[in-house]
Design a protein around this ligand. Structure first.
Ligand code: HEC
Length: 497
């Protein structure tokens, strides 16, 4: 009897312990930490090194409904995990520390939601290295859902992004990152915008109902794979924009994607680069080099399946930036499945096709200058302008599994002296190029206005007022310190190209 009592007591104490444990630790204890991302899909032991982000070495900070994510970031140290529980969070989150992971917790289909209420500009802005952001639903912002500013070794995945203004996921000027398994819709410029980056994998995403689905711009070593891009104005784009500090866009593999029915009417901001994309564009390559298009299903795009162009044909005035080479060179078109494209081509394309007695638009059209390109078995497709294309010597790119590097890269140098430059590249140049119009007016126009008056810029960017009817409002930059604003203003006034 005594023994029985003792056993009972033990059981009761144990049960109470477990119950209290649950009360104290919540169910957090059975939520797995994020998986670090591995550079290699190889199963060979020793062949996979984490790219850094998502390796949790510190504490877990929990954020629940009613609390602020920004406050949690303030308390976090490198290596910490910030776990965000379901609920609606109305804020902009700035992450300027390294190795911070943000992990949304999805319970019974309930997501943690960042909602900008159509008033806020950005949901998450990071400038740290090794930042991971996963499982967040982000909606109703005016600028960006997730924007990286010169952060390396980033991981952005499993996010659900609806109607966040100009860009959805926008790592800018970062090296060694992955954007995977996100769903994005309702973005008026590029849903996934890889700008001035190196070594990036964009894979397993679904992008639909945007102006540009996936955009690789002035970036190098990008793998765009296993994505489903449908019902955008343009599905997948690789191009070089002039007037940016990075003057090349090359080595992009567009492979194993489904590029379908990208016929949505263009709703991009007037004057933006993407506002010129014709509805019905499957894949667009402009002034970019060494691009491989392989194993995609490209179907139902009403203007053209694949468009390859130089600046001149695309109507880009090239005189302003002679350093940006205007042609698409060394384009490699391997096996792709293409069907039912070109049902309703734009007038220019229609006119070209008429010279070949076709009323339909092409599966593949190549116009303008460019050298060294090739195609495998083009007679499968309806084409225009491939006469100069050779027969490809390579048959596939399977030796390339990823463009991530085998080790995390070092943070970019951000010495005080570099601050203006870094901020300019990281924040401003997405909207301001030297001599071409992007979202905002060109820098040479701003220079004329603010000659010898950096303080004028410092004040304006903290609290911009809407000046130009044909431009949107500029989002306030008052999260930058006065010192940083001064540095960037001076840098902006000093650049010459
Ligand atoms: C999301 C896009 C965007 C970003 C990012 C951006 N700008 Fe702008 N900027 C604009 C737009 C749009 C305008 C035009 C606004 C208007 O005329 O109402 C503008 C206008 C300006 C002007 C002209 C002010 C005037 O008096 O006419 C300056 C100066 C300027 N931006 C500086 C900056 C600097 C410096 C940064 C980086 C710290 C920056 N901008 C980041 C979009 C942006």
């Amino acid at each position: 009897m005594k023994i029985f009592k003792r056993v009972l007591l033990t059981v009761v104490i144990l049960a109470a312990g477990i119950y209290c444990g649950k009360l104290i630790f919540g169910r957090g204890s059975d939520i797995p930490a994020p998986m670090p991302t591995y550079f290699s899909q190889s199963t060979e032991p020793g062949d996979s090194v984490g790219i850094g982000a998502g390796t949790i070495t510190g504490k877990i900070i929990e954020v629940k409904k009613g609390n602020s994510i920004q406050e949690a970031v303030g308390k976090a140290s490198p290596g910490d995990l910030i776990r965000i529980y379901p609920g609606v969070y109305n804020e902009t989150v700035y992450i300027d520390k390294d190795n911070i992971s943000i992990q949304g917790v999805i319970e019974n289909d309930e997501w943690p939601i960042l909602d900008g209420q159509k008033k806020m500009n950005d949901a998450i802005l990071y400038s740290g290295n090794g930042v991971l952001i996963e499982n967040m639903k982000i909606t109703n912002y005016k600028g960006n859902a997730i924007m990286g500013q010169a952060g390396n070794n980033y991981v952005i995945r499993n996010n659900w992004i609806v109607d966040t203004g100009v860009y959805g996921i926008f790592p800018q000027f970062g090296k060694n990152g992955v954007v995977e398994r996100n769903i994005l819709t309702g973005i008026e410029d590029a849903a996934i915008y890889i700008g001035m980056c190196d070594n990036v994998d964009v894979r397993f995403n679904e992008v639909y109902g945007n102006v540009a689905g996936i955009e690789i711009e002035n970036s190098r070593h990008a793998l765009v794979e296993f994505n489903y891009t449908h019902d955008n104005t343009g599905g997948i784009l690789a191009f070089l924009t002039q007037g940016l500090p990075i003057k090349t866009c090359y080595d992009v593999i567009i492979r194993n994607n489904y590029v379908y029915n990208n016929n949505t009417k263009n709703f991009g901001a007037v004057g933006s680069t993407v506002s010129h994309i014709p509805a019905g564009t499957g894949i667009l390559i402009m002034a970019a080099d060494d691009i491989t298009v392989e194993n995609n299903i490209i179907s139902g795009n009403d203007n053209a399946g694949i468009t390859i162009t130089d600046y001149a044909f695309a109507g880009v005035d090239h005189a302003s930036d002679p350093e940006s080479e205007p042609n698409s060179d060394r384009i490699t078109l391997l096996d792709n499945f293409m069907s039912n494209n070109g049902n309703n081509p734009i007038a220019d394309v229609k006119a070209l096709m008429a010279t070949q007695f076709s009323k339909l638009g092409p599966d593949i059209i190549a116009v303008g200058g460019g050298i060294g390109s090739c195609v495998i078995n083009p007679s499968r497709y309806r084409t225009f302008g491939l006469n100069s294309y050779a027969n490809c010597q390579v048959r596939d790119t399977r030796s390339i599994k990823t463009y991530l590097l085998d080790k995390p890269v070092m943070p970019r140098v951000t010495a005080q002296i570099e601050k203006g430059k870094m901020t300019y590249y990281g924040v401003c140049s997405g909207c301001h190029a030297f001599s071409t119009r992007l979202v905002g007016p060109p820098v040479n126009v701003i220079q004329a206005l603010y000659k010898n008056n950096p303080q004028g810029i410092v004040d304006f960017i903290a609290h911009p007022i809407h000046k130009r009817d044909d431009y949107p409002e500029m989002p306030p930059q008052n999260y930058l310190t006065e010192e940083t604003r001064k540095a960037v203003a001076e840098y902006m006034l000093s650049i010459t190209k």
